[in-house]
Design a protein around this ligand. Structure first.
Ligand code: ASP
Length: 319
């Protein structure tokens, strides 16, 4: 089967942002330009065999990402992946929560073809916008025969959904894969791969989600919140969340997942009362390594925001 189509789904972000002045890379409004217009602005690439299809799934600043958009996005990706002539999917997305969307899609879809999130740090109206090149690079990855799974492409770097993290507030190369390193690079439309496309034992779709079309109403998704350990941390925040009916808590611990004693006591109490608690680290690199006697389970290397997604899906399974 020759796969002939690349589907480009728009969700908003800075890549679709506009500012009053070309020199303004900060005072812009995200999510203004439609995906058709973004795609129309791309040059046709000599030798590009695939047809591009674009679809607007959402138009938001990704700081405001919510479960409703995730559900529709997962369903549209799933829909397109059931078409045998679709080679791969590109999703334009804001940078702020890109890593969370990437992890959510990887976990619920485990796609056998490439699903490539891309973004921009400068709005579409900038003097030198980075979005068009990022989109072209993402199309190159989505067109790559051997690629599979959800990945992110930004500034010529290909990151796995599991490892990608936004690490810079302003630089065009705003993402890192930390210890794992990138999957590879896109150079003038060609891929230079540094490692295999990821197959990760933790990337297991929740068994509750048999059919993406039947993803439950977001209002019923389990409530999981993130708390952080820090100097002077106390019990009040956790107690308030438990009283408010939280079902899961991810704690961004210090160092190797260590916790201020007052916060730890509150978390242990929450755990004893039936709230699921998971320990991640606020360190950008490394993972929480388990040690004998740990009572609060670690996040299996997931950052706090991805551990939150994983716990939410696990709770959906347990429901
Ligand atoms: N706030 C924007 C967003 O996440 C930032 C960006 O896209 O770079 O949508």
């Amino acid at each position: 089967m020759t796969r002939k189509k690349i589907v480009i789904l728009g969700t908003g972000g800075t890549i679709a942002g506009t500012a009053a002045h070309a020199s303004d890379n900060l005072g812009y409004t995200a999510a203004q330009v439609g995906i058709d217009q973004l795609v129309a602005g791309l040059p046709t690439v000599a030798g590009q065999a695939c047809e591009w299809i674009s679809e607007q799934v959402a138009q938001i600043d990704s700081k405001d990402m919510d479960f409703g958009v995730w559900r529709v996005l997962a369903q549209r990706v799933d829909h397109w992946l059931t078409q045998p002539d679709v080679q791969g999917i590109v999703i334009t997305h804001g940078t702020d929560t890109l890593e969370e969307t990437a992890w959510f899609l990887q976990t619920v879809l485990e796609p056998d073809r490439p699903v490539v999130l891309t973004c921009a740090m400068r709005p579409a109206t900038a003097l030198a916008p980075d979005g068009p090149q990022n989109m072209l690079d993402a199309v190159a990855v989505a067109s790559h025969g051997g690629a599979h799974g959800v990945v992110a492409v930004c500034a010529g770097v290909i990151h796995s959904a599991r490892d990608v993290q936004k690490v810079h507030t302003y630089r065009l190369d705003a993402f890192s894969s930390a210890d794992a390193g990138p999957i590879g690079y896109v150079e003038e439309g060609s891929l230079r791969l540094m490692r295999d496309w990821p197959r990760d034992s933790v990337d297991k779709a929740p068994s509750a989600i048999k059919n993406i079309a039947d993803l439950p109403d977001p209002a019923s998704w389990p409530r999981v919140e993130i708390v952080m350990s820090h100097a002077g941390a106390g019990a009040g925040g956790v107690r308030a969340l438990v009283a408010d009916g939280v079902q899961g808590l991810v704690v961004a611990g210090t160092g190797n997942g260590t916790l201020h004693h007052a916060l730890e006591a509150a978390l242990l109490q929450a755990q004893a009362s039936g709230v699921r608690v998971v320990r991640a680290t606020r360190c950008l690199e490394g993972r929480v390594l388990p040690k004998h006697g740990d009572v609060i389970p670690h996040s299996q290397g997931l950052s706090p925001v991805k551990a939150r997604v994983a716990l939410m899906l696990a709770l959906m399974d347990a429901a």
